[in-house]
Design a protein around this ligand. Structure first.
Ligand SMILES: [Zn+2]
Length: 318
C-alpha cells in the first residue's frame, strides 16, 4: 500500500470569521505534524489570486509521504474567502486590502476581523518559515518572488526568473507575513503563475518551490527538486504600466513572454476603443532591458489606472 501523504493525514478546521449580512463566512486551516519546525503556507490573501496558489499547496501536500515529515505544516489555501467569492482583490463590503490591515481589529470591519483572527490563530505558536502565495490570478500571470533581508534563501527557493528585493521593514507590520517575520519567522512572498494555458505547469513549479522551503525549514526530509534557474535576475524595484483611460486590452505578448526580458520599444499590447477597436494607446517596454514580471495575456476590459504590466529595469552589470 502506498505511503500516506501529508494531504491524506491533514486535519482541517473551519474557523468562523463572523457574520456578514449574508451569513457567516469561515476559513479552513489545515494542519499536519505534531512537533518540529513549523511552516505556514497561505494563498488567496487577495481574492482574485487564490486558486492558483491553493492548487500548488495541494500538489505539494500530495507529493510528500508522511514518513518524510519531520516538522509541521499549516496551510490556509483560501485566506480571504469573501473576496474570493466575488473574484476580487478585496471583500466588497469594506474594500480593505487584507495585505495592508494587520494586525486587524476583533470588532472591526470584515477584513479587519479576518486579519485579527488570522494573526491570532496562525501565529499563536512559533512559525519557522512562512510563504504567502500571491500573483497570477484571474487577470494576469506573473513570475517573481519577493526577497526579504536575511531570508534570501526562501525567495531563491521559488525558482522564479526575477527576484525583487525588499528593504528592511520600517514601521509596524501590516501584512500577515510581516507579522510572522516580526514574530521570528523567515518569510517570502511569491507572485507566480495565474490564468493562462500553462497554469498547471506554474502550479507544479510553485509546488516545487514549496517543497524546497519545507526542506530548507527542516519540516520534511524529502530531497528538494533542483532549481532550474541558476542566476535569477535581481531587481531593486518595480514599475507599473497603467492605461490613461478605459478601454479593451489587446495583448501583443502572450504567456510565453512572462519571465522574459525584452528590448526597449517592444510592443506589449494595445488599449483599444471598446466599440470600434481603434487603438487608443500602445504599451511598449520602456527600459533598454525590460523585465516582464506581470503581464495581462488575454483580451480584457481595462479601466484607467488598472495595473496592466509590472516591469523592471534590468541594469547592465557594472
Ligand atoms: Zn496579491
Amino acid at each position: 500500500m502506498a505511503d500516506r501523504t501529508l494531504y491524506d493525514a491533514m486535519t482541517w478546521e473551519d474557523i468562523s470569521v463572523g457574520a456578514t449580512a449574508a451569513g457567516d463566512s469561515s476559513i479552513s486551516v489545515g494542519e499536519v505534524g505534531d512537533s518540529g519546525p513549523l511552516v505556514l503556507l497561505t494563498a488567496g490573501v487577495h481574492g482574485d489570486e487564490g486558486p492558483w496558489g491553493a492548487w500548488a499547496i495541494r500538489k505539494v501536500l500530495d507529493r510528500i509521504p508522511m514518513s518524510d515529515l519531520e516538522g509541521r505544516v499549516r496551510v490556509v489555501p483560501v485566506t480571504n474567502p469573501v473576496a474570493m467569492a466575488s473574484d476580487r482583490r478585496c471583500a466588497d463590503m469594506d474594500s480593505l486590502d487584507l495585505n495592508r490591515v494587520f494586525p486587524g481589529k476583533e470588532d472591526g470591519t470584515h477584513t479587519e476581523r479576518l486579519a485579527a483572527l488570522l494573526k491570532d490563530r496562525l501565529l499563536a505558536d512559533h512559525v519557522d518559515a512562512a510563504v504567502d502565495l500571491h500573483g497570477g490570478g484571474s487577470w494576469c500571470v506573473n513570475s517573481f518572488a519577493f526577497s526579504f533581508p536575511g531570508d534570501e534563501e526562501l525567495a531563491l527557493a521559488a525558482d522564479a526568473p526575477f527576484i525583487v528585493e525588499r528593504p528592511p521593514a520600517d514601521g509596524p507590520p501590516t501584512s500577515l507575513t510581516a507579522c510572522a517575520a516580526e514574530a521570528g519567522a523567515r518569510i517570502t512572498a511569491w507572485e507566480m503563475g495565474g490564468r493562462s494555458g500553462r497554469e498547471e505547469e506554474w502550479a507544479e513549479r510553485i509546488a516545487d518551490g514549496l517543497q524546497r522551503v519545507l526542506s530548507i525549514a527542516g519540516a520534511i526530509s524529502t530531497a528538494p527538486p533542483p532549481r532550474t534557474i541558476e542566476d535569477p535576475i535581481y531587481l531593486e524595484g518595480l514599475s507599473v504600466i497603467t492605461p490613461s483611460r478605459g478601454g479593451v486590452l489587446v495583448p501583443k505578448l502572450r504567456e510565453a513572454a512572462i519571465g522574459t526580458v525584452v528590448d526597449r520599444g517592444t510592443w506589449l499590447g494595445s488599449l483599444v476603443h471598446p466599440a470600434t477597436f481603434e487603438e487608443l494607446e500602445r504599451f511598449e517596454a520602456p527600459f533598454e532591458k525590460t523585465a516582464l514580471l506581470l503581464i495581462r495575456n488575454q483580451l480584457m476590459v481595462l479601466n484607467s489606472g488598472d495595473m496592466t504590466y509590472v516591469i523592471g529595469d534590468v541594469k547592465a552589470p557594472e
